[in-house]
Design a binder for this molecule. Structure first.
Ligand code: TMP
Ligand code: ZN
Length: 408
């Protein structure tokens, strides 16, 4: 078998994590489909490698497109008030900085967040467009170009709207298979001094928190400032800004401008130096990370088996994509986690991918509470624990597995 190669530069990847065979993370079968042996039967190898040349961390395998059940399906926003506020603030900042005083500015978003950014931009009277192949946008008045951003679709948009001051993407670039195609689109779409601003889970935080559940099919890349700098430069851009974001378990927001147009902010050199000093993608650091991941699995299984032996009741909280990685890698099924409560109506009455744990509505998480709740949406922990205060007040305990297995 030929070794996997970097999707961007073609150099062989150094695989550092192999979590085994996994189902697509959003394949929630109905009980009838599961009985018929259908619904979540595809498997792909969930393994990650780092490029020896451009340092880009990426999945080595892939779910074939025809088996990505979510392709063309609307994304169901998490309904997180923290995330809504995050996107509102983001839009206001873009309006104050990149879009301010630029005449008839034009802003583009790629991928579908829950629409808060575009809505806020539109409410300020700024022209906007979303590039979203599924046609979906959480903002109903949004103008949507039903296509990936590529050179061709960008030229069409520019012919109709002119060039964009800002292109923004949240939790989207990490899932774009064709990054050269994306940059060809940006080159067509962006004004000479326009910027591309995007945010995704930060590999440095994944390592720091041993957050192995950030690895799943919809996250192909795990960016660092170092790898984004190399990526930008390969396509005629520069990394000119970087900002740490507390959301979703630790993200970085990158600002890219065309080469020679802007001076990088001091924070860029700072984080590049930090990544270099910490040896973020050095083989020894990655091997240590893989060792810690293995430890989390054995600790979590031991804890849940101990609770079952002691007749304590357990429920899962939030049937996230991350939970698919955890249940599959750790071999958790209904005998250890009998059900998972989740706020997404489309998941109710279905089974989780692979593990086939029944998903129940949030109303099922109520008195009499289980003794323990395994929190798969740990990235929303503060918000969820505040909302579910009655659970803890009644003696319930949360199980968390990031950065290590612990009970609170
Ligand atoms: P994500 O925002 O990390 O993608 O997680 C979204 C999933 O978590 C989705 O399945 C909904 C679920 N969820 C809840 O069930 N309750 C909550 O309060 C939140 C914030 C998310
Ligand atoms: Zn590479």
């Amino acid at each position: 078998m030929t070794p996997p190669t970097c999707r961007v530069c073609g150099t062989p990847l150094r695989t550092f994590l192999d979590l085994g065979d996994h189902p697509p993370s959003s394949a929630f079968p109905t009980p009838a489909e599961a009985l018929a042996g259908a619904g979540d039967t595809v498997r792909y190898r969930l393994a990650a490698g780092a490029c020896e040349r451009c340092a880009l961390v990426q999945l080595t395998g892939d779910v074939p497109h025809e088996h990505r059940p979510y392709a063309g399906y609307p994304y169901h926003s998490s309904g997180s008030s923290v995330m809504r506020e995050h996107f509102r603030r983001t839009a206001r900042r873009l309006l104050r900085t990149e879009l301010h005083g630029k005449g008839d500015a034009f802003a583009v978003e790629i991928g579908c967040t829950d629409g808060v950014v575009l809505r806020t931009v539109a409410e300020a009277g700024v022209r906007h467009l979303a590039f979203e192949p599924s046609g979906y946008s959480g903002y109903h008045g949004a103008r949507v170009h039903r296509a990936f951003l590529t050179a061709d679709s960008a030229r069409e948009a520019v012919a109709a709207e002119g060039r964009a001051r800002v292109v923004y993407a949240a939790n989207t670039v990490c899932d774009i298979a064709d990054l050269p195609g994306l940059f060809a689109g940006l080159d067509e779409l962006l004004a000479a001094d326009g910027v591309f601003v995007f945010e995704d889970p930060y590999f440095g935080e994944i390592v720091r928190r041993t957050a192995f559940d950030q690895f799943y099919d919809e996250h192909r890349y795990y960016f660092t400032a170092t790898s984004v700098r190399a990526l930008a430069e390969r396509f005629g851009f520069r990394l000119v800004g970087v900002e740490r974001l507390p959301v979703h378990g630790g993200q970085l927001r990158y600002t890219l401008a065309r080469a020679g147009r802007r001076t990088p902010a001091p924070a860029v050199a700072g984080i590049l130096a930090e990544e270099e000093a910490g040896g973020l993608t050095d083989p020894a650091a990655l091997a240590a990370f893989a060792g810690r991941v293995d430890r989390v699995r054995s600790d979590l299984v031991a804890l849940l088996e101990g609770l079952r032996a002691a007749d304590r009741t357990v429920a899962g909280y939030a049937a996230t994509a991350k939970s698919c990685t955890v249940t599959t890698y750790c071999g958790l099924g209904p005998s250890l986690v009998p059900y998972i409560c989740d706020s997404t109506p489309a998941k109710h009455g279905r089974l989780t991918p692979g593990a086939r744990i029944p998903v129940r509505p949030p109303a099922a998480f109520a008195a009499p509470y289980p003794d323990y709740a395994l929190l798969f949406a740990w990235n929303h922990a503060d918000e969820i624990m505040a909302k579910e205060r009655a659970f803890r007040d009644g003696g319930g305990r949360w199980i968390l597995y990031v950065p290590e297995v612990h009970v609170v």
